[in-house]
Design a protein around this ligand. Structure first.
Ligand code: MG
Length: 158
């Protein structure tokens, strides 16, 4: 078994869409980025790449590449899974922490879990989503941004 750690953060601005783990979450504030700025999928991709010893998301999907402008980050996940499969790895499990003051994510955790399970080809009980605020502290506490940490376990494909 191999494990990988991923982290991502994006700035929040009014009037932008907010996508988390491939799910559109209704919010007055949404993330800004070159792609769809889905912090959860970006953290998951970095965790997958880390576990496989394949570097980071910026090397494979650079934000200077016009192909990824406005891209659905689900494409980054499927492309990454393809590379992992080539190296003989398959995903076993993921555990995720989303750090956000606004909006409150409790009502969306289950939908995010289901969608992520679908994207990763996992049963939902091997995907866990935790949502936390920063208790009003720092940039996340002021709702200036949103962040995500992801841990992923891979196994060698049978
Ligand atoms: Mg990102």
């Amino acid at each position: 078994m191999r494990v990988g750690l991923g982290y991502d953060s994006h700035r929040l601005l009014p009037g932008r869409p907010l996508k988390l783990g491939g799910v559109e979450v209704p919010s007055p504030l949404g993330t800004v980025g070159h792609s769809d700025a889905d912090v959860v999928l970006h953290a998951v991709v970095d965790a997958l790449l880390g576990a496989a010893g394949l570097g980071d998301i910026g090397e494979w999907f650079p934000d200077t590449d016009p192909r990824w402008h406005g891209a659905d980050s689900a494409v980054f996940v499927s492309e990454t899974l393809r590379r992992l499969a080539e190296k003989g790895f398959q995903v076993y499990q993921t555990d995720i922490i989303i750090l956000a003051e606004t909006p409150r994510l409790g009502p969306y955790k289950e939908r995010i879990r289901q969608r992520l399970a679908e994207l990763l080809g996992l049963p939902p009980d091997r995907v866990n989503i935790k949502a936390k605020t920063s208790e009003g502290m720092g940039a996340i506490g002021r709702s200036e941004g949103i962040a995500c940490q992801a841990l992923v376990a891979l196994v060698e494909a049978p």
